[in-house]
Design a protein around this ligand. Sequence first.
Ligand code: BGC
Length: 462
Amino acid sequence: MTPTIEFPEDFLWGAATSAYQVEGSPLADGAGPSIWQRFCHTPNLVLDGDSGDVACDHYRRYLDDVKLMRALGLRAYRFSISWSRVLPAGRGAVNARGLDFYERLVDALLENGIEPMATLFHWDLPAALDDRGGWLNPDIAGWFADYAGVVFRKLDDRIKLWATLNEPWVVTDGGYLHGALAPGHRNRFEAPIASHHLLRAHGAAVAAYRAQGKHEIGIVVNLEPKYAASDDPADHAATGRADAYMNLQYLDPVLLGRYPERLQEVFGEAWPSWPADDLKSISQPIDFVGINYYTRNVTRFDATRWPVRAAPVRQKLSTYTETGWEVFPQGLVDTLLAVKERYGNPRVYVTENGAAFFDPPVAANGRVADPLRVAYLHGHIRAVHEARAAGADVQGYFAWSLLDNFEWSLGYSKRFGIVHVNFDTQERTQKDSARYYTSVIASRGRVLADPPLAGSSLAPPD
Ligand code: BGC
């Protein structure tokens, strides 16, 4: 029998983006450069020399994009605020025109009945702060809290959901350890230091919020469940290290007030010891956890892989996305239930979930057929339902991404949007996945009981 699926009336259905990936005009109206501006304009760091200079031109087209969100039936929009638009040098003088952009965006969202969820840091650190050591400088916790305070004062009367950081693991692994992301360092001693200061910054921003904010604040992490490839104890140990490194490194300090012991084994001599008081401020109560889920990892021991000495095992019978990630909806159920068990069932939003599949650069006749992405959404939103049915407190789901956009060091080569963007003309076209998502929202998930491509809702437009 087909199971009945129904999400509650107030479930938060949304889509997500981040500032540098969609806005364009990175230096407009007095903004200062970010490390991504600098990274993109350093030769050979980003595929094809791409940059966020124009991106989706959302900075200038935000009103049309908000109308598009409304047409899709979205109840919420998760976006990030660019620190160097608000404080061009990262600290000190406030650039009112930068802050005004976010005020206009939030007002437009609210006028269209769309709940804003704002992330304060989605990787675009002000370049001026990187010059002072960036996430390696202990003072950054205070700088971040000051910046957060400026934004809270201006917008907390209208924004009810705040996130401090997006994916600190990616910031440190990509930015400080392996160097594929800005600021492009490759240093095994730096990664745990940057992690700790990210967490201290999170704690300082939460404290600033409690002093003046009236709504809710949390943190967004990317979680990727790890499954041992065999019964071999070496594979099990490798799986434990990979899990501690990626999944527990941030949530354990924030929600349990301690680092997982295995991190010592992961980082070896590069693992520092930190004052106990730091963990106290890192672990003050938050209101929700944002979880970004894309894929799982089947893990085996591999002595050559720093720092976890673990490698992924390709699954021959699985579908893989264009970024090489296995499609595995059950991993989202497992992740949400693991968070429920380990951390006492905190309130959770799935703040990102989606897939890059090949789509043509130009939409033909107003349509982009993306059956693999439709199937991806179908499987993963069903997974959210299953986790809720098993008691996980999941209150919302955000598709990554609203728009095809700048995929960091992969430039514009990977399309994650449910809405297609023609990067020559900036024309937006709803992909079949957007239409499908609209039908999921409108039916409160009931259409998920049927196979994803059943019914007529995906018929091409006239
Ligand atoms: C990030 C996004 C990114 C997406 C796909 C997440 O790690 O938050 O900025 O575009 O994954 O790679």
